[in-house]
Structures are given as structure tokens and as C-alpha cells.
Design a protein around this ligand. Sequence first.
Ligand SMILES: *[C@@H]1O[C@H](CO)[C@@H](O)[C@H](O)[C@H]1NC(C)=O
Ligand SMILES: *[C@@H]1O[C@H](CO)[C@@H](O)[C@H](O)[C@H]1NC(C)=O
Ligand SMILES: *[C@@H]1O[C@H](CO)[C@@H](O)[C@H](O)[C@H]1NC(C)=O
Ligand SMILES: *[C@@H]1O[C@H](CO)[C@@H](O)[C@H](O)[C@H]1NC(C)=O
Ligand SMILES: *[C@@H]1O[C@H](CO)[C@@H](O)[C@H](O)[C@H]1NC(C)=O
Ligand SMILES: *[C@@H]1O[C@H](CO)[C@@H](O)[C@H](O)[C@H]1NC(C)=O
Length: 515
Amino acid sequence: MRVQRGICGKLQGGFLRRWWAAVGGGVLMIIFAAVLAALFPNIMEVIINHEVALRNGSRAYGWWKEPPVVPRMNIYIYNVTNADEFLNNGAKPILEELGPYIYIQKWDKTNVVFNGNGTVTYNVRKRFVFSEESSGSEDDLVVVPNVPMLSATSQSRHAARFLRLAMASIMDILKIKPFVEVSVGQLLWGYEDPLLKLAKDVVPKEQKLPYDQFGLLYGKNSTHPDRYTIFTGESDITKYGMMNRWNGKDAFHHWTTDDCDTLMGGDGSIFPPHITKQTVLKVFDKDLCRTLPLIFKEEVNTSNDVPGYRFVPPKDVFGAADRIASQQCFCPDGPPCAPEGTFNVSLCQYDSPILLSFPHFYLADPALRESVIGISPPEEEKHQFFIDVQPLMGTTLKARARVQINLAVSQVRDIKQVATFPDIIFPIMWFEDGVDELPIHVTSLLKMAVDVPPIARAALSGALAAGGIIVLIGALICLARAAKRQEKLHLSNPLPPGTSMKQGNLNPAFQGPTK
Ligand SMILES: *[C@@H]1O[C@H](CO)[C@@H](O)[C@H](O)[C@H]1NC(C)=O
Ligand SMILES: *[C@@H]1O[C@H](CO)[C@@H](O)[C@H](O)[C@H]1NC(C)=O
Ligand SMILES: *[C@@H]1O[C@H](CO)[C@@H](O)[C@H](O)[C@H]1NC(C)=O
Ligand SMILES: *[C@@H]1O[C@H](CO)[C@@H](O)[C@H](O)[C@H]1NC(C)=O
Ligand SMILES: *[C@@H]1O[C@H](CO)[C@@H](O)[C@H](O)[C@H]1NC(C)=O
Ligand SMILES: *[C@@H]1O[C@H](CO)[C@@H](O)[C@H](O)[C@H]1NC(C)=O
């Protein structure tokens, strides 16, 4: 009581107006607390948008240029164990899945140039090192379809007959066979192929294949010559990380609608921030020959509890064009079009009849898997393509790009070497590429970005509101007290009419100005 009287005494000693000002201040603080609480998400959005954008020297730029991750590629190869039986007796091919052959990678971006219009242009450099954790060695010998040969023969089926016959005699001379026995290292990184070598020597320069070696990952262990231009997010955060140009082109120029032909996708490591469960993420990969849409599947946590969303391709992403109208754009020369669950990338692969699918023909026509022996039924956990993203920042937490490469062989009876090779979609290999987890210093920062803002919002606006309420209540109490006192004085000391206020008024509140 004494203290209160002391404080209130000061009030009475000062201006009463000051206490009304205190009331106003308290109310203002409470209003400000409410506004802060309401606007906090927008403030955070501005901060995040600023932080993630790619600017020379920023942390996001450093992580983008040299990702602090250890990507792994696990490769599984389908070894053909009954090649002769298959060719001579029409038996179903028996495949043995070998692997994983594991490569530890290092990714970075080189020749980075900021264009000054909100885009940045770069090359991608990847280095692959074979891991001893692999179940097998790079020297393992495998038997696989001869991709260059079967591509050439399959392509020749619409050519003139004499060309096919000429092809057959060339293949005879060069002793080319429909199956090759090569080491895993050769199959992946390249071996000299007599047909490609010949093509390189005889085909006119402008139609030339760029190399005389064949390998499923040929040329990937290097700085790739492709120039990528992506949006930095500085001018428009909704395009952050999206492809603007690829080798100067603004579209694939393969597909029949703009929607299918667009390059507008991320590289899979960063996406525009503020992702919701309704967002459709788009991934650009030149080997996929299209952008791959991904939709929300479920909520996930990383090993140290950063919450994320798992995004996967929709079930009909490789749907057959005759069943799904929106897929017709991907079949410019059809029908016939690629069967259910496969995607024809021949236009991006020098016209080789390559069909991509998910591993073990996940989501594809079961007949494809049943046309060979030795591929187990697909399982979602093992064979689904997915990317886990941190929705607030758009950072990829974990990713598995899982793709199977198949060769669509067409029977060509005029070429005797392959006359008995039936029409078949022949699986060659599948791989999963991506990162398991981000390093701890990145995830702890992400975790902070997720956990701290709600706490900061509650703490800041809570403290402001509490302060405002204390000031308000204090001021009101004092005002009430002063009013009461005044009333009491007025009651006990009624002034006779006409008495001078200067003598009779004992209200200390009115003494202030005279001091
Ligand atoms: C692949 O299959 C062939 C038989 O076609 C066999 O000789 C070879 O050892 C197999 N490779 C491996 C690594 O098992
Ligand atoms: C980034 O800034 C540094 C120092 O200012 C400069 O040396 C470097 O060339 C810049 N990088 C790019 C890609 O502009
Ligand atoms: C930005 O500039 C680069 C280089 O001049 C150009 O290739 C690209 O198309 C431009 N992008 C936009 C969105 O203007
Ligand atoms: C990739 O290139 C590096 C050298 O740049 C080499 O050390 C490594 O063995 C190569 N990896 C493969 C799989 O060839
Ligand atoms: C993620 O972790 C949080 C808190 O640790 C937990 O409440 C949530 O159920 C977890 N979610 C999943 C999908 O595991
Ligand atoms: C793949 O596309 C090419 C080019 O459009 C076409 O010639 C070929 O017939 C297609 N293959 C399949 C199996 O649909």
C-alpha cells in the first residue's frame, strides 16, 4: 500500500494527464502486440525470401554452389543369364539383378555468372568415386543387350530394305552381336563400340553422334558442357531455382503443348519456399526429357527431427497416352505410344528407343515385368521416386531419384543377327540417385528456422502485451485512486459557494503546476 501510494503520489504530484498518457501507452502496446502477432508470418516470409535467394556471397549461394551433401548413386544391373536360349529358342529372358554398385559423388557448379536480370548461369560438375560398400566390383562381367546395335536395327525398321541388308553385312564384318559381355565399369562409363565408331567416321558431320563410346553414364564424371540458367529468386521468389534456359533454349521443343514442353522446374535440390500440401513441385532433368511433377504424399521427419513433406510423382505421371488425354502431348508421332508406366525419351537420346520407367516397372503395366523372369514385384519403399522438402524454406532434406532404363526393341527380320529378337521392352538397369541427409550444421539451422519464429512471435508479442497490460492496469488504478480521493475531499470539505479555489482546493493533483 505504501509503495502504491508512493507511485500514485508521484502521479498526484505530476500531471493527471500523464496518467491518461500512460493509459494510452498501455493500450498502444497491446495493439502493437496484436499487430506484431498478426504480421509476424509476413515478416518471416520477407526474411526467408531474402535469405534463400542466390546472391554472390550469401550462405544460400554457398550451399547451392557447393552443396554440403554426399550424394550417392546406387546402381542395379539386370544381367542376362540365358541370352542364347532367348535368341535361339524364344525363351523368356532370365535376368539377375546385380548390385547395388555404389558411387559416392561430389556435386558443384562451375563457371557461375550472374546475368543481372535475376538469373544465374552455370555448368554442373559431378565426380563419382566407386565405393567399396558396393556388393560387387566394377570389374564384374555382365551380359546386357547391345544398345547401340539394337537401337540401329530398331530404327531401321521403317528404312528401305536394302539399307537393312547392308546393315546386316556390316554387322557381320564387325562381328556385332545382340548381346555384349562387358564389365560393369565399361557398361556405365563407356566402352568403344564398333558401330558408333563407324557412324562417327561415315555419317555427315551435322548428324554425327557426339561420341564413339557407349556407356550408360558416359561423360557424367566431369564438368558437363550443358549451360543452365536458373532464377535466383531475387526479383521473383516464386521462380526461385527454376530453370530459365538450358543451353540457351527456353523449352525442350520436343512436345506438342507448352505445358509439357516447359523447362520450368528445379534441379531437385532447391524449390521456391512456402510449400504447401497443395503445391505441385516440378523437377527438371535433361535425361528425363521433361519436367517431372511431384505431389504431396505425407509428412516426414529427418533423423534429427526437422519436419518435412514427402513429394512423389502422381500415379499416372507415365500413364499411357491412349488412356490419359494429358499425356498425349508426349506422343508426337503416335500412336502407337509408349505403354502404361513408361516414358519415351528417344527424342532426347539421339533417337535410340529408350523408354524410362520406375524401377521394377513400379506403376507400369504388369505385363512388362512378366515378359521377363527375375524381376520381383515392385515395392513402394524400394522403388518409388521421392523428394522430402522442408516446406518453409524449400530445401530438399532427402531425395531418391529412382529410374529404370529400358530398351524398346523392335523385331527386324531382314537383319539376320537380330531376326529372332522379338518386340520387347528390355530392362537394362535401374538406379537411385540422391542424398540421404543433410549435414548436421545445415539441419540444425533449418530446425532453428522452423522452431524459433513461433517462439519469437509468442515471446515478443507476449512480452509487449503483458507490459501494456501492466502499464494500463497500474495507470487505471492510480487514476481511480486519485478520483476517489478527490471525491472524498470534496465530500468532507464542501466549499461554500463563492470561496476562492486557491485557498479551499486541497486536491494535491492541482498543486502540480504551481511547483
Ligand atoms: C552374368 O551372367 C553371366 C551369364 O550370362 C555370367 O557368366 C556372369 O558371371 C554373370 N555376372 C555376374 C557378376 O554374376
Ligand atoms: C563474387 O564476388 C567475388 C568478390 O567480390 C568475385 O571475385 C566473384 O567473381 C563473384 N562471383 C560471381 C559468380 O560473380
Ligand atoms: C537473363 O539474361 C540472360 C543472359 O543475357 C538471358 O539468357 C536470359 O534469357 C535472361 N532471362 C530473363 C528472364 O530475362
Ligand atoms: C571420376 O573422375 C575422377 C577424377 O576426376 C577419378 O578420380 C574417378 O576415379 C572417376 N570416377 C570414375 C567412376 O571413373
Ligand atoms: C515428427 O516429429 C514430431 C515431434 O517429434 C512428431 O510429433 C510427429 O508425429 C513426427 N511425424 C512423423 C511423420 O513421424
Ligand atoms: C518413341 O518416340 C519416337 C519419336 O517420337 C517414335 O519414333 C517411337 O516410335 C516411339 N517409341 C515407342 C515405343 O512409342
